[in-house]
Design a protein around this ligand. Structure first.
Ligand code: TNX
Length: 506
């Protein structure tokens, strides 16, 4: 009998269930190449994360990796800068040896060494996100944890991969925005566009115009109490995002969508009378007074203060749905605002309507609905940010039974949101014209983070993949089987997601 027990235990240790095939991991976004070598790296409490000395950004990424491992296993793993590459443990470096393209990385998992080599700090962070997806959703320190060995080389198709959060229609506080940032980071998205102002609320402190937030920040759709970010809080968000290789693009929407400002300062109105605060969901009824000089002083102050606390290169000037601004006034206004933004050292993004203006160098037109505007923008030399409402709007309902959201641009089931190519969607707009993609979440109907989660998941990983993975490497039928494996991840993170019947959830 004892011989039998010994044989049995030998047999068990040979067949010990260690997932050693790296190609079986459901990576989202799908990497450029994954090769499995069939072994396992044992991750345990003695593991160390070494970081090539000298890069603050990479060190911060390594600390975040250690935090994630700690949350998963309960083990505290050491992070150490080093000047000599180690031969064991985990090593993260961003020495650019020229074979990796921007934001790319190579993740090489061997039996005793995991190395992540990034083209830059962003590449290192993205390599870490890939490594995290090889780990189980749940673990504890009673079972050994193995990372399947192999090599992944990877780089994004588009360098700009974003999502928008409308914090004006409903206000989301600093903690909620950080959660949104975490969602983007998991899927290697690298831009958070904050829609900071609209008819229903002004959400960013402007020290030279304090009533914007004292009055204009105090409500939201439905009449709730609203809120705003102090400049200190905004900087905290900028830093939190930067630690995760995400740039914040702040939007001041104008000349329309400005009722909150018009309610705060009477002098911004052509008739000199302050508007009432607005808590409904109509669009297109408000406008700044385009022929008053005070309007441009106001914008100069706002852009100057915002530019000072925004390290990223872009400021978004809105420009959509200015239905009560005369066409010529609109063009004159957008021309002047572009010069103001340029003077403060930032590049311009605006909704596709801004293509009606002159367009200075380096402008990006965000395509949301109007092909003619967008094409005109390209003819005027602009780049395009792809946010087609009928495909990429996170506030569109999944189907007619969805209890949140709108459907003016149609329903967007998970397959419909995934199955399109930014470079061929609009005739005449090709890869060369495209800066990247962005999925906006408007918040007329979305009031808290649980509701945000329901609209964003599971569509967000799809937009991340459209931005990251070459379209020839993508198909819905294959993608849905990977997405299916992420349901457990969403659950482990407490994410309230839409369980589409089109996805074979595991
Ligand atoms: C249109 S998209 C708008 C927003 C609304 C959104 C709702 C765009 C540039 N303007 O003001 O919130 O529809 O889906």
């Amino acid at each position: 009998l004892s011989i039998f027990v010994i044989l049995l235990s030998m047999f068990q240790s040979c067949t010990e269930k260690v997932e050693t095939d790296l190609t079986k991991t459901a990576f989202i976004p799908k990497p450029t190449s994954v090769t499995a070598t069939g072994d396992g790296f044992n991750l345990n409490k003695a593991s160390v994360i070494y970081v090539q000395a000298g890069s603050e950004g990479v060190l911060r990424s390594a600390e975040l990796l250690a935090e994630k491992i700690n949350q998963l296993t309960g083990e505290l793993i050491t992070v150490k800068p080093t000047t000599t590459p180690p031969s064991r443990e985990i090593y993260i470096s961003n020495v650019d040896n020229g074979h990796l393209s921007e934001q790319g990385y190579e993740l090489n998992i061997k039996k005793h060494l995991i190395s992540i080599q990034g083209a830059d700090a962003a590449g290192c962070f993205f390599g870490i996100q890939t490594l995290l997806q090889t780990l189980p959703v749940e673990a504890d320190n009673t079972q050994p944890l193995y990372v399947p060995t192999g090599i992944i080389t990877d780089a994004p198709e588009y360098t700009f991969r974003g999502a928008m959060l409308d914090v004006s229609r409903h206000f989301f506080n600093v903690e909620e925005v950080k959660q949104y940032i975490d969602f983007l980071a998991m899927y290697k998205m690298n831009v958070l566009h904050l829609h900071l102002t609209d008819d229903q609320g002004w959400r960013i402190e402007i020290k030279s115009w304090p009533k914007l937030t004292e009055i204009g920040g105090q409500t939201e759709v439905g009449g709730g109490e609203g809120g705003f970010y102090t400049q200190e809080q905004y900087k905290e968000l900028v830093q939190y995002a930067a630690d995760r290789q995400i740039m914040i693009v702040p939007e001041i929407d104008m000349p329309g969508h400005t009722n909150a400002a018009l309610a705060s300062y009477a002098e911004l109105n052509c008739d000199g009378k302050a508007r009432e605060l607005y808590t409904g969901t109509e669009v297109g009824f408000s406008t700044l007074c385009t022929d008053k000089e005070i309007t441009y002083q106001f914008i100069d102050d706002v852009i100057r203060e915002l530019a000072e606390i925004t390290p990223g290169p872009y400021i978004h000037i809105g420009g959509d749905e200015s239905h009560v601004t005369a066409h010529d006034d609109y063009v004159y206004f957008v021309n002047r605002v572009q010069d103001i933004v340029k003077k403060h050292g930032k590049k311009i993004i605006g909704w596709d309507e801004i293509a009606n203006a002159k367009l200075i160098d380096d402008v990006t037109v965000q395509f949301w609905a109007d092909v003619e505007n967008t094409t005109m923008g390209v003819e005027k030399g602009a780049q395009v940010l792809m946010s087609p409402a009928a495909r990429a709007y996170l506030d569109m309902q999944y189907d007619s039974t969805t209890h949140l959201g709108l459907h003016w641009a149609g329903y967007i089931e998970v397959d419909h949101g995934y199955d399109w190519n930014p470079a061929t969607l609009v005739e005449g707009i090709t890869k060369e014209n495209i800066l990247g993609i962005e999925a906006p979440l408007w918040s007329e109907t979305v009031t808290n983070i649980d509701e945000v989660e329901y609209m964003v998941f599971p569509r967000l990983p799809g937009y991340a993949e459209i931005g990251w993975t070459a379209s020839g490497e993508r198909s819905w039928d294959e993608y849905k089987t990977r997405l299916a494996k992420h349901g457990k991840r969403f659950e482990a993170l407490g994410i309230d997601y839409y369980k589409s019947v089109l996805v074979p959830w595991e």
